[in-house]
Design a protein around this ligand. Structure first.
Ligand code: FMN
Length: 359
């Protein structure tokens, strides 16, 4: 297969592995780095993990090994790219595929001003033709699936006139909004998008902070389920506000998958609970936090020996046993001891002692 840059893909002749998209962890900037992903993987061998958004241009001009490095146990792993230049995205997608990423996802949902200024992220929902070109270019470049993560719509503060008017428009979803949404998804599906990941709320561009854009516009699962009905045959993954095993399992009755963001980070045991719920027939047992800590001890020892700061790993583990007795003390142990230069053994052993008390 001839692709971007004219070279043939390393996957040529090899079958592309099918992906189980039922449960995935959302791309989260500064959170889902490789250490976080390794940690989350301990809770389920099957869930699909996503990288943080990585700027396609940075991959082409920057330090690829730092931006794209991951370890084999993180698989199945998808990369999320940010960008709006079809050629750059195609090249970056090719590089990611060659390194073993199992899916390439395009960010059309991030509302941050920095991303907006770079003309990518959620503002791309205003330009379906550009996104279609990007998807088509990436599809030509790689064999792994190309997916799009999006909102149900965007409201531009500058067009709405004020932040208040924009926020007000973000509360509504009318026929015109549905027409815009359909035009967008039809364009990208026609360009070859293999799945849509839909954050079930609008984004406000230029008015709300990224945090507010994840809380203020209301969740409209009804819109995503309508989309699912209108697009038979197109995998639709729902995202936004799903926090319990019951709601996720129920959502799987409607959608092809559920993407979980903040709750997976703050309460990773949810991922273990879901693994048990979905694989009950295989006598799967809930993950033992002590086993997770033991796996992380081995991982952290290897990483620290190669120069990683222990705190870069333990900062992602603070959600372990969240809500159970001892969680607060263990958070302090993981965070303070790692910061104060404790060894891997000291830090993890202290955290394990607390985990045992909690058990
Ligand atoms: C700290 C943080 C960083 C995020 N970074 C990204 C990102 O890089 N790319 C992206 O598509 N979404 C990003 N998001 C949005 C999440 O992927 C997800 O869509 C959102 O949190 C809603 O899902 P949730 O309610 O399950 O958290 C981020 C969210 C958070 C909390």
């Amino acid at each position: 297969m001839l692709t971007a840059g004219g070279k043939s893909s390393k996957l040529e002749g090899k079958p592309v592995q099918a992906i189980d998209r039922r449960i995935s962890v959302a791309p989260m900037m500064d959170w889902t780095d490789r250490h976080c992903r390794y940690f989350l993987r301990q809770f389920s061998p099957t869930l699909l993990l996503y990288t943080e958004m990585i700027n396609a241009a940075a991959i082409l001009r920057g330090d690829r090994s730092r931006l794209l490095h991951f370890s084999a146990p993180e698989q199945p792993l998808a990369i999320q790219l940010g960008g709006s230049d079809p050629g750059q995205l195609a090249q970056a997608a090719r590089i990611a595929e060659d390194l073993g990423h199992m899916e390439v996802n395009l960010n059309c949902g991030c509302p941050s001003d920095r991303v907006h200024a770079g003309a990518f992220g959620a503002c791309l929902m205003n330009t379906p033709a550009v996104v279609a070109e990007c998807v088509a270019a990436m599809k030509r470049a790689v064999r792994v699936p190309v997916t799009v993560k999006m909102r149900i719509g965007v409201v531009d503060r500058s067009r709405a006139g004020s932040t208040a008017a924009a926020t007000d428009a973000a509360q509504r979803f009318d026929d015109a909004d549905m027409a815009d949404l359909l035009a967008f998804v039809q364009a990208i599906v026609a360009a070859g998008a293999d799945a849509l990941i839909v954050h079930a709320r609008k984004a406000v561009l230029g008015g709300l902070s990224p945090h507010e854009n994840r809380t203020v516009p209301p969740l409209r699962y009804d819109v995503v389920s309508q989309l699912k009905t209108m697009l038979p045959g197109v995998p639709v993954i729902v995202n936004g506000g799903l926090r319990t095993t019951e709601t996720v399992v129920r959502a799987l009755g409607t959608y092809d998958g559920v993407m979980i963001g903040r709750e997976a980070y703050h309460r990773p045991e949810l991922l273990g609970e879901l693994h048990v719920a979905l694989h009950a027939g295989n006598s799967t047992r809930a993950v033992d936090p002590a086993q997770v800590l033991e796996a992380m001890r081995a991982y952290a020892s290897r990483e620290v020996a190669q120069g990683t700061h222990l705190r870069a790993i333990t900062r992602h583990m603070l959600g372990l046993l969240s809500g159970r007795p001892g969680a607060r003390t263990r958070r302090q142990v993981l965070s303070r001891n790692a910061q104060q230069g404790g060894s891997v053994d000291e830090v993890i052993t202290a955290a394990m002692a607390i985990a045992e008390i909690a058990a």
